[in-house]
Design a protein around this ligand. Structure first.
Ligand SMILES: [Zn+2]
Length: 222
């Protein structure tokens, strides 16, 4: 049996960090064959949103015009055995270097090819505060180490993994050019009772779109 853990932040449209507008409309305004009785609560939603909001997953198409989008990505790359790396000892704003990363990997017992790598910077509870943007970041060498380990998906409990002010997006490029998608703003990692679990992160398959909010779920054997 498995116990499931929800690793996504709630998106509250009334207090969203980026555009996420929900307009409640009557079902009959969408489907004209629908009969909506006087006073009947039978609603649909008209949503306008930015695709990078809340806990979201980025596809290669974010930076590569020929890269896989939400509809064409191989879903086998969006799930798998996950290893949780604790990087909570890295101070705010500092780089996650190769030695710091190697230590965390050793503590977790290593990364196997095909693993999902989930990085816990200890920032989930800071989401929505000014402190959140001051999280540590990864050096390009550290990202290379993860890519070379054969990981197939990466997640981080921060707004991103990029080197601050890198207009070349060096870290994103290293991941996405290898078809390694990136989950940003993963949440509640401290709730997990183990550093090994199964993870799924399936966004809806929208053609021609590079990112979408995602319900990330950890399956913990018990
Ligand atoms: Zn993003």
């Amino acid at each position: 049996m498995y116990k499931l853990y929800d690793l996504s932040h709630v998106i509250d449209p009334k207090n969203a960090p980026r555009k996420f507008r929900v307009e409640t409309i009557g079902a009959d305004t969408v489907n004209h064959n629908v009969v909506r009785l006087e006073g009947q609560w039978y609603i649909m939603s008209d949503i306008t949103m930015v695709s990078h909001i809340g806990t979201h997953i980025e596809m290669p198409y974010h930076l590569f015009p020929d890269g896989a989008d939400l509809a064409t990505i191989d879903i086998n790359t969006l799930c798998g055995p996950a290893v949780l790396l604790s990087l909570k000892d890295v101070p705010a704003g500092e780089p996650i270097t190769v030695p710091r990363l190697e230590e965390a990997i050793a503590r977790a017992g290593g990364i196997k090819p095909g693993d999902v790598v989930v990085c816990n910077l200890g920032y989930s509870d800071k989401y929505g505060t000014d402190e959140y943007s001051k999280s540590p970041y990864f050096t390009p060498e550290a990202i290379k180490l993860l890519v070379d380990s054969g990981m197939k998906l990466m997640a981080v409990d921060a707004g991103g993994v990029e080197v601050p002010r890198s207009e070349e997006h060096v870290n994103h490029i290293q991941l996405l050019e290898k078809n390694i998608c990136l989950i940003e703003n993963i949440a509640h990692l401290d709730d997990l009772p183990t550093d090994h679990f199964y993870l799924t992160a399936f966004p809806i398959p929208v053609a021609g779109v590079e990112s979408f909010p995602v319900r990330v779920v950890a399956y913990v054997e018990e």
